[in-house]
Design a protein around this ligand. Sequence first.
Ligand code: 13P
Length: 254
Amino acid sequence: MRKPIIAGNWKMNLTPLEGETLVKALIEKVADAKCDVVVCVPFVDIAPVAAAVKGTNIHVGAQNLHFKKSGAYTGEVSADMLKAVGAEYVIIGHSERRQYFAETDETVNLKTLFALENGLIPIVCVGESLAQRDAGETDGLVSMQVKAALKGLSAQDAQKVIIAYEPIWAIGTGRTATNEQADETIGVIRGAVAEAFGQETAEKIRIQYGGSMNAKNCQGLMQMPQIDGGLIGGASLKAEDFSIIVAAASDTVA
Ligand code: 13P
């Protein structure tokens, strides 16, 4: 049985003080969660948010990292720096980074390898555009993205990775994938993992859905057999909504 994982992606929102206020409101609401709970916050929010959630069941992640240990890479942040301020997770290859910041399957792979080597848990994002879905390219694309991202990993390391299936057309649009669409494509992703690493790894790896997941549609999505959690954008900025999603994931745990 895979333990569900709900992660908030705050994107470029909330100052350190605002972030601290949000997680302080969240602590009590998710204290009894039976799933993993993570907030992926802007770099400058990591230290204060990690301090605020210390000793609770809320874990902290970043939204990006560089794939080198240190050096002349102006504006970049390393795995060691993230860990030093309390991050345990890191989102890699979000579609917004692929679209606006030239992230490629190759850099996603380098970052995934580097995060694992340095003790961070990667949340690797994949997903198709609307044009790609309409052209029937979804299954081939997400399979290719997942295999590219996990290239060179041992099966044991691949099992530590969280994959987030985020159809680009569902992100921030209010237009969520149907439960069946999300479940089916996540099943395809699991199949690609099985091809690359074997059945055991495919059954252990956790795959989230992301894209306009909210307090209203989370129950249906979380009930689907292939969906192991959510990567939540807008709804993670409200303690009440985020805690409802955490509760929906907890409800699926026997
Ligand atoms: P929304 O939940 O705001 O659609 O964002 C999803 C997302 O991109 C999470 O990474």
